[in-house]
Design a protein around this ligand. Structure first.
Ligand SMILES: NC(=O)c1ccc[n+]([C@@H]2O[C@H](COP(=O)([O-])OP(=O)(O)OC[C@H]3O[C@@H](n4cnc5c(N)ncnc54)[C@H](O)[C@@H]3O)[C@@H](O)[C@H]2O)c1
Length: 257
């Protein structure tokens, strides 16, 4: 039985957006537990403090930075903080995201403001994050970026235009960045997560809606954030050294249909 998803990351600097909760939080804590110095970025200080406390409880080290990934100046500042004085960024995990909610609308009825809101964070925010992360990694000729995509990076969902478009776009950005930077020693991948028990899906859902969504996962249950974090951490590590430009389902079989 493998106990750790990766070798240790001692001496490496990591940056995790959306690190105040859910998948980003478990990823930040796992990277720190394995030795990385982790800069945790998110919108509210309270949630960031919670993650930093969990990092320190495992003996890890890190810092927090308030950041809105949809704001270019904000992500530029946050990634610069992650790089520190020497501009060293080895690992970046882009987990910040908003969901499409539960209101399903066929495209002609889909709310344009809702579409713009999701694209601004989940797609444009990921583009901006990668832009500033890659600018730090490129001069050093090494690095690993993992984006948090979704089953909707690979398949459509009726009534879910904004989220599906954003997460498909994220897969495209991942492949393009992998092609742009592969020869420079930087790997870029996306984890396509299935339904995971986090604040993103926990609020405002009836038990019936949740049961129907879980039933779409052949494994017969909702995933836990640590199960996604372990795959992300593997993709950050040298154990995945031949993997780049990949969109990898970690989804309890959701996309196997
Ligand atoms: N939970 C699921 O079922 C599921 C499934 C597939 C993909 N995902 C993806 O996983 C990622 C993490 O989501 P999660 O499930 O851990 O939920 P979450 O809500 O716990 O995490 C998302 C985090 O992103 C932060 N965030 C939102 N907008 C932001 C912004 N503009 N700038 C900076 N931070 C922002 C939130 O504050 C939150 O901490 C998201 O990209 C989501 O789309 C989640």
């Amino acid at each position: 039985m493998i106990k750790e998803p990766a070798d240790r990351f001692d001496g490496l600097r990591a940056f995790v957006t959306g690190g105040g909760s859910g998948i980003g939080q478990d990823t930040a804590v796992t990277l720190a537990r394995l030795g990385a110095y982790v800069t945790v970025a998110g919108r509210t200080q309270r949630s960031l403090d919670e993650t930093l406390e969990a990092i320190r409880a495992t003996g890890g080290q890190g810092q927090t930075v308030i950041c809105d990934v949809s704001d270019e100046n904000s992500i530029a500042r946050a990634s610069a903080a992650a790089g520190g004085e020497d501009g060293q960024l080895d690992i970046a995990v882009n987990s910040a995201g908003v969901s499409g909610g539960d209101t399903l609308q066929p495209l002609a009825d889909y709310d344009t403001a809702q579409f713009d809101r999701i694209i601004a964070v989940d797609l444009r925010g990921s583009f901006l994050s990668m832009k500033y992360e890659l600018a730090l990694m490129a001069p050093r000729g090494s690095g690993a970026i993992v984006n948090v995509g979704s089953g909707t990076s690979l398949v459509g969902v009726p009534g879910f235009a904004g989220y599906v478009a954003a997460k498909h776009g994220l897969a495209g950005l991942t492949k393009t960045a992998a092609l742009d930077y592969g020869a420079m020693g930087i790997r870029v991948n996306t984890v396509a997560a299935g339904l995971v028990e986090t604040p993103l899906v926990a609020t405002g859902r009836s038990p019936e809606v949740m049961a129907a969504r879980i039933a779409q996962h052949p494994i017969g249950r909702i995933g836990q954030p640590q199960e996604i974090a372990d795959a992300i951490v593997w993709l950050c590590s040298a154990r995945s050294s031949f993997v780049t430009g990949a969109v990898i389902p970690v989804d309890g079989g959701y996309t196997a249909h």
